[in-house]
Ligand binder design. Structure first.
Ligand code: ADP
Ligand code: MG
Length: 391
């Protein structure tokens, strides 16, 4: 067990690392962040920022010397980095699980080998493999880079075989998966924590709505029959068990026509669709990450209130500083901002949550709060202040 007072390391300094660091510090831990970017969101709230690339051995050594245990907020940390750290301190989640989740070909292969349902798919390694993959998958399809895709980036929809070579070129002729594009009833996700002893605490499934490939809203409980919600939880738990997972895992699921469930992708870390847990669950996903990392008992994932979350992207700054006052005037609404200085379009700057007596009201109010950000009377942009580097 790693007890409060110890220093926990997090690989990656984005918003997930920031929320982990805040929670860990609330619990009495010190936090060190490894990230190349000065003043990144997690570094602003951490005790120590080791500024360096994930493959910078000197930086890694400085980082490892200070931490009792390491977790990740970013699935694209090279697996070699995690393997190196494993020789110096506790590393959770397991390196092998991160390696599976950061490579779609391996991820789908893992799911298939374990008889966990996925959309029909085939790997594409080179131009010769395109036609064979097409025959296996059948239209309509979607071509996704095997590595480094996120928020809908690194994927192209393909409706005819003739379009496939162009799509593959557009993606840089890198290894890809070709997937059948399913007719979706809805998208849901399950975020869970798994301890070293195999204990699992799953948060209730949320319904996710994406806009331009980026998560827009999560609503909890998801409006699905209890049997489907139960099956989603069981599927996520099976994924975690087969990965011998320790830590917080996000499992994105498709609900296809007729209520059939498919695993879409895995995130070996807290998930954007689990942010609601901070304001609506007895114990949230970041506290679970701390607990699982430290070998402490997992907390109670129970939902205390229906809730909705809406992401706040840089687009919300188009008309000037968003009207936080208007959003926060609505009942049950809370604001989380990540300390990013540059509000670029499509960049996740923060999120709003709303608790309400029922999920439909929570979503309606969260969306109203989001709309109010750009409401009339928005001020002109304030000059952006320099980011503050942490110690
Ligand atoms: P990312 O890493 O960008 O989140 P995903 O594989 O989750 O990549 O795809 C992003 C979104 O694209 C999904 O949430 C879903 O809306 C849509 N999508 C992806 N794959 C499929 C599919 N096979 N069928 C239907 N929609 C899909
Ligand atoms: Mg996804």
């Amino acid at each position: 067990m790693i007890l409060p007072g110890a220093t926990l390391g997090v690989l990656g300094g984005g918003q997930l690392g920031r929320m982990f660091a805040i929670r860990a510090r609330e619990m009495g831990y010190r936090v060190a962040v490894l990230d190349p970017e000065p003043g990144c969101p997690a570094a602003q709230v951490a005790d120590v920022h080791v500024q360096g690339a994930y493959d910078d051995e000197a930086a890694l050594a400085r980082f490892a010397a200070q931490v009792a245990a390491v977790t990740t907020e970013f699935e694209n940390v090279p697996a070699d980095t995690l393997a190196w750290l494993r020789d110096h301190c506790v590393v959770r989640p397991p390196v092998e699980a991160v390696a599976v989740a950061q490579d779609r070909i391996r991820e789908k292969g893992f799911l298939q080998a374990n008889r966990l349902p996925t959309a029909p798919w085939a790997p594409v390694y080179d131009a010769h493999g395109l036609a064979a993959a097409w025959r296996e998958v059948a239209a309509p399809a979607i071509l996704k880079t095997s590595r480094l895709g996120y928020d809908g980036k690194g994927q192209v929809r393909v409706d005819r075989l003739e379009e496939l070579p162009g799509a593959w070129s557009a993606l840089g002729e890198v290894p890809c998966v070709l997937e059948r594009r399913l007719a979706l009833e809805r998208e849901i996700s399950v975020v869970l924590a798994r301890g070293e002893d195999g204990a699992v605490a799953a948060f209730p499934a949320g319904e996710n709505v994406h806009r331009d490939g980026i998560l827009h809203t999560t609503t909890v409980p998801a409006p699905v029959p209890p049997a489907l919600a139960g099956a989603a939880g069981a599927l996520a738990e099976a994924v975690a068990a087969r990965l011998a997972y320790v830590g917080v895992l996000g499992v994105e699921l498709f609900v296809a026509e007729g209520g059939r469930l498919f695993v879409n992708e895995l995130a070996p870390r807290p998930h954007n669709s689990g942010h609601y847990t901070m304001d609506a669950c007895a114990v949230d996903q970041f506290e679970q990450q701390v607990r699982a990392l430290c070998g402490l008992p997992l907390g109670d994932p129970r939902l205390l209130s229906p809730v909705a979350m809406v992401n706040v992207l840089g687009d919300c700054w188009a008309g000037g500083e968003p009207r936080w006052d208007r959003a926060l005037a609505l009942p049950g609404v809370k604001l989380h901002l990540y300390g990013k200085a540059q509000p670029r379009p499509g960049r996740k700057m923060g999120h709003l949550t709303c608790v309400a007596p029922d999920p439909a009201t929570a979503l309606r109010t969260a969306l109203a709060a989001h709309a109010a950000l750009a409401g009339p009377g928005a001020t002109t942009p304030a000059p952006l202040t320099e980011e503050v580097a942490c110690s």
